[in-house]
Ligand binder design. Structure first.
Ligand code: NIG
Ligand code: FE
Length: 449
């Protein structure tokens, strides 16, 4: 059979194959290796995966890529980032080196509020330009699908401007994007004395407007589908790169933490979001356990993220649920912390664990999922195979995209990396190097290092 593209001669084809489920327990230790592997691709979709001999027996293609004995694996998925923001926080980096604490900096109007000031003042074009440069770095480090959160606006206008920025980036950048609406990232200064009124604003105005904005993306694209948020989306329009049109859910997230949002406020926001049809995520237990893991799992959240102070009982609940646990060891590393989320215990308990960079200007200025892997292997005791599954298939499930990307399996998007190594474990073993040589997204080369 004739296909568009054959990638062949992979010394190791790391498939991360999972048969439509996130990986748990022993499956996490299986990277799904095929020695001397190849893949056939048609219309941006994987037609077949196998050995060189199997693929060349059944397929021929005008375009071929010889992986020359290197590692070929799924392109990485980064399921938790905050990369739409203006400016940087290099000054706070120095303050932290000298001993200031993240929550103290935040309480004094720094941290997220510092970035919010700059983000409010930035134009949409400026935000898109700064964020696009960050996406370039992520792509160069192998990430071809990523989530981006709002949360540096903290007012209706800027939060919607951030959603608009994600949409523009998704349309124009090779990295495929998912948007998460996070007005509940910090209490803005205007509401410092009465945070519940900010929660009223989120539930009464911001969430309904974000839902409306999402519906309207069809109209902005010039297509009147008659679709509303509560009916199933229309069929994918092939040539239109637009996230609402590609059956992407919009997520709502909340930062449940001391000096941010308490459990009652977080639950109210998540429940309101759920009733409006959003999918849910939650920042839980980053510093303090306020009980939000249980609440978010109970509401059917797609993921709960951070998990640094999560209890054994909550780990058991997570293991029994379909919710993905997303850990962010770049944050602990960035703080020079001795404590890390106990991802080892979570995996051994049966949780489906994913890794993210949490790329943001404060707690994790890091574009690289391989850096997250390197830290996770050392401080959270993940094996390289577990770290691989955590940045591919489980990360895809952490965005509700597990059936589309994150593994090299028939019917999935042809999202590949060629890594300049012969042993897939080397990318976690050697740190500080970038092994990414080629990124292929939907069957097209989008980066060549
Ligand atoms: O995931 N925890 C809250 N949000 C980010 C930090 C964002 C920032 O510091 O700007 C996080 O760590
Ligand atoms: Fe975060």
């Amino acid at each position: 059979m004739k296909v568009d593209l054959i990638i062949y001669n992979a010394g190791q084809l790391v498939t991360c194959a999972s048969e439509e489920k996130p990986k748990r327990l022993a499956q996490m230790r299986d990277a799904g290796l095929i020695a001397g592997g190849a893949a056939a691709i048609q219309d941006g979709i994987i037609s077949a995966v196998g050995t060189n001999a199997e693929i060349f027996d059944d397929f021929e293609a005008e375009n071929t890529i010889n992986a020359a004995g290197k590692v070929v694996c799924p392109a990485f998925v980064d399921p938790h980032t905050h990369i739409v923001f203006a400016g940087d926080r290099i000054n706070e980096f120095e303050m932290k080196i000298k001993g200031a604490d993240y929550l103290e900096i935040m309480a004094a109007g720094g941290g997220i509020l510092n970035t919010a000031k700059k983000t409010r003042a930035a134009s949409l074009a400026d935000l898109v330009e700064q964020s696009s440069a960050r996406l370039d770095k992520m792509l160069a480090h192998g990430t071809a699908t990523a989530e981006i959160k709002t949360g540096y606006g903290l007012d209706t206008e800027t939060e919607l401007k951030m959603l608009q920025a994600v949409e523009e980036l998704d349309r124009n950048h090779a990295v495929d994007l998912m948007a998460t609406f996070l007005p509940a990232h910090a209490v803005p200064p205007e509401y410092k004395k009465n945070p519940d009124e900010y929660v009223d604003l989120i539930c009464g105005e911001m969430l309904p407007l974000a839902s409306r904005w999402y519906e309207m993306s069809f109209y902005r694209n010039g297509i009147d589908t008659g679709w509303t948020f509560n009916t199933p989306p229309p069929a994918v329009q092939k040539d239109i790169k637009k996230f609402a049109l590609r059956h992407k859910p919009l997520f709502v997230d909340v930062f449940c933490e001391k000096n941010a949002f308490n459990l009652e406020q977080s639950r109210r926001i998540l429940e309101t979001a759920k009733s409006l049809g959003f999918k849910l995520k939650a920042h839980v237990d980053e510093f303090t356990n306020l009980g939000c893991a249980r609440a978010a799992i109970g509401l059917g959240a797609t993921s709960i993220d951070h998990l640094d102070a999560t209890s054994d009982e909550e780990i058991r609940l997570l293991a029994e649920s379909d919710t993905i646990g997303i850990v962010t060891p770049t944050v602990n590393f960035n703080f020079g912390a001795a404590h890390f989320a106990d991802a080892r215990k979570m995996i051994d308990a049966g949780c489906a664990i994913a890794l993210s960079t949490d790329y943001n200007p404060g707690s994790a200025p890091c574009p690289s999922q391989t850096m997250a892997m390197a830290i996770a292997c050392r401080y959270q005791k993940l094996l390289p195979a577990e770290a691989f599954n955590a940045v591919t298939i489980n990360a895809a499930f952490g965005l509700g995209l597990g059936e589309k990307t994150g593994s090299l399996e028939v019917g999935k998007q042809a999202d590949f990396l060629i890594l300049d190594t012969k042993d897939y474990r080397e990318i976690a073993y050697e740190f500080g190097s970038n092994f990414v040589e080629t990124v292929i997204k939907n069957g097209r080369v989008v980066f060549n290092g």
